[in-house]
Design a protein around this ligand. Structure first.
Ligand SMILES: [Zn+2]
Length: 159
């Protein structure tokens, strides 16, 4: 069955594999590929996928036309293919994991909203669909980053 994508709650990888490393891949929106890649001649009417292997240099591909876009061709790094502390949590507001950690250490109640305020990034217009390499919003990334930072904070208190 061909996945028609845009299923925001879907965690399935639809059985697609990266043509280079054969790891699983996930469907993304063409608008994301267009926004983040520097390539012109892409076949944007076709379904694109993102390779989920952190070690593979392929980011987007489309099997039908053999378009392959590598990490160094994108205007932003893909968080799970990057150096850990340089993980980008929110692509629209350019918030990195290290910023979230800094905020969590300073805030009593580090929610996503409070962290964005602390970092002074409230007034930035967001468009996750085209800015986030996986075509989804950053809620999950924020949640994971806050949990990670809270663990660091709690461990430090106990020492
Ligand atoms: Zn790959």
């Amino acid at each position: 069955m061909e996945c028609t994508n845009n299923c925001s709650t879907c965690s399935s990888t639809c059985g697609k594999q990266c043509p280079v490393c054969k790891a699983s891949a996930m469907g993304v929106e063409s608008a994301t590929v267009l926004n983040l890649s520097n390539r012109d001649n892409l076949h944007l009417d076709k379904q694109f996928y993102i390779c989920l292997n952190p070690k593979c240099k392929v980011v987007y591909f489309n099997e039908e036309n053999n378009d392959i876009i590598e990490h160094n061709e994108l205007s932003v790094p893909v968080w799970f293919k990057s150096n850990f502390l340089n993980y980008i949590v929110c692509y629209c507001r350019k918030i990195y994991l290290k910023d979230v950690i800094r905020a969590v250490f300073s805030l009593e109640n580090p929610t996503k909203e409070n962290i964005i305020t602390f970092l002074n990034k409230n007034n930035i217009e967001t468009n996750c669909l085209i800015n986030n390499p996986v075509s989804r919003d950053c809620d999950i990334l924020f949640k994971n980053a806050i949990e990670y930072a809270m663990d660091l904070k709690n461990n430090q208190k106990n020492e």
